[in-house]
Design a protein around this ligand. Sequence first.
Ligand SMILES: Nc1nc2c(ncn2[C@@H]2O[C@H](COP(=O)(O)OP(=O)(O)OP(=O)(O)O)[C@@H](O)[C@H]2O)c(=O)[nH]1
Ligand SMILES: [Mg+2]
Length: 410
Amino acid sequence: MVSTMPEVALIGKTNVGKSTMFAALTMLPVRIEARPFTTIKPNVGVAYLKVKCVCKEFGVKDNPKNSLCIDGVRYVPVKVIDLAGLIPGAHEGRGLGNKFLDEMRMADALIHVVDAAGSTDAEGRPCPPGSYDPLLEVEAIEREVVLWVSGMLRRDWAKTTRLVEHGGADVSKILATRLSGLGVMESHVDKAMEKAGLSGRKLRDWSADDVELFAATVMKEAKPMVIAANKADMPQSIDNIKRLKERYGDENVVPCSAEAELALRRASEKGLISYTPGDSTFTVLREDLLTPQQRRALESIKERVLDVWGSTGVQEVLNRVYFDKLGLIPVYPVADASSLTDSEGNVLPDVYLVPRGTTVKQLAYMIHTELGESFIYAVDVRKKTKLGENTVLKENDVISIVAAKKLKRK
Ligand SMILES: Nc1nc2c(ncn2[C@@H]2O[C@H](COP(=O)(O)OP(=O)(O)OP(=O)(O)O)[C@@H](O)[C@H]2O)c(=O)[nH]1
Ligand SMILES: [Mg+2]
């Protein structure tokens, strides 16, 4: 189950723009430098998903509690972690080693930041743009993660095999237990074994390649991922992004410029421009305060990023991960179906991100165990109809839960 504040980790080769993207997403001042291994300890912050709020549809002025609403757009907080960068061999301790991997264990999803302009080599050292192939980078980094996971499995493979063959342990259960620190569940293991063609095979017959294949497949199941094709402001990225999309699928690759997004958000914060993350344009508000350098930078962002890609892509990456990959939908629980308020009179106080397929009763449990336990029925506030406990929630549902016990809060 996804916790109330889902978590996403930024992973990738060193020096590709992870911290720049983190800074743009969270507006936290973190160290950004054009050299490998700038980030040593992970940065943790809060970013906001952007969804169209239902307040305008209902014609109400809302008072959000767990989120923000600006001009009819709901900003839903999510946790973001910016990790130390990787280089080949990291799983064996090269560079900053594999400690980073421990830090991403509980992430619900991953954003793989890639230098799409090919301006850093395999080790993350700056090189002439276009001279390194980002497709190799994606393969190399994914391989590090797989080798780390398969290393974890292989370490006690003999014991695992014994437990299954002599102890009668269930294969899926034991593999899930071995990887439980990574958020891997039995359902992920089952799916991965099936997809890798390993279902029914005796563990002792698995080759090293089989273990690696399983590790790769189970990670795909347990940690949905989007590729952020960064440095899209550099012209060398255009052809590479086309190739990345061909190789990994349009839905898995989002062109972005973290640097452009950071510059726009900072300029907006200073009141120099009006810009909303995710937009395809910005408006200069204080032409008089812009230095010639800032003016040139803004022009370049317009020409090289917004006019080419339609946005900086940073907000899109985040939304893509949560809504497409994790399959979450926003729903708005309220206590009072007629006033759309909680018990304190806040209009449309909360938005919950729930996995597609969640029922109204499951939502009641997410809000409060007591609400789930004493659930009687729910009300679809929009249609003013009663919903039974097994009714599956739809995107943007506004739901009031009627329970036997009145909760003190909400
Ligand atoms: N052209 C361009 N440069 C960028 C972009 N994003 C980041 N950079 C530059 O890339 C360099 C590395 O940025 P960081 O954000 O520190 O990279 P990182 O991936 O966090 O690096 P480590 O923490 O060292 O692994 C800096 O010089 C950034 O200014 C981008 O969108 N376009
Ligand atoms: Mg960094």
